[in-house]
Design a protein. Structure first.
Length: 225
């Protein structure tokens, strides 16, 4: 897979395996909680999981990724890897792409149980609101779906996220897909716009019922080539 520009930090983008799933969950948690354009009281990850996603929440996320291997085989996970100061591989970013070359069945969100430490009402309510946008805009269409793009804060602005985004778009094109969908936070919005995604809906999430305050700023974006 891809490697970095030699003028920036060196990294590789590789397919992730089940052995990586817990590390991917940790990357996602740290990345989402380190948002710079969203106040903490409006951060949906904070509302769902608190200041730090605990070990049980990360295990739950990793188990869900394992289940997805069979329940949603069109979904692919990629990791960005660097070498740490000890020469060991370190996962610093995660991209999860769904490449739906056949029209997928997009189901309504069904409430589920969550581990200790999670706000179950917030998890189910917020995810239901976000996932409904994909069904609204992409039902009946083959498409590529970027479900996750997360980078550890200290590895941002190194070209990692943009490289993972470009490679996912290229892979989708190779598979004959021309329609793309994602939901963006305020932090990610400008990157996606740079690569041809446009706003198609500003999602209104009632976060006050979960103890939040202010604008969560979740934006459904699409690219239609």
């Amino acid at each position: 897979m891809g490697e970095s520009n030699p003028r920036s930090i060196k990294f590789q983008i590789l397919p992730a395996t089940a052995d990586d799933f817990y590390a991917l969950a940790e990357v996602e948690a740290v990345s989402n909680l380190a948002a710079t354009k969203t106040a903490l009281e409006s951060n949906i990850t904070y509302l769902m999981f608190g200041q730090l996603k605990n070990e049980e929440c990360n295990k739950h996320r990793a188990n869900g990724l394992n289940e997805m291997l069979t329940s949603d085989p069109a979904m692919k996970n990629y990791k960005a890897v660097v070498q740490d100061e000890n020469g060991q591989d370190k996962i610093v970013a995660w991209a999860q792409w769904g490449f739906y070359t056949e029209v997928p069945v997009i189901k309504d969100w069904a409430d589920r149980e969550w581990p200790e430490g999670a706000n179950a009402a917030a998890c189910n309510g917020i995810i239901a609101g976000i996932s409904s946008a994909r069904k609204k805009h992409m039902a009946g269409k083959p498409h590529a779906f970027l479900q996750v793009l997360a980078t550890l804060p200290e590895y941002r602005c190194q070209g990692i996220a943009s490289t993972m985004l470009k490679q996912g778009i290229a892979e989708a094109k190779e598979k004959g897909l021309n329609d793309f969908f994602l939901t963006a936070s305020a932090d990610g919005h400008d990157l996606y716009a740079k690569y041809g995604f446009r706003d198609i809906e500003h999602l209104e999430l009632d976060i006050e019922k979960y103890g939040g305050f202010g604008d969560a700023r979740v934006i459904a974006m699409g690219r239609f080539d």
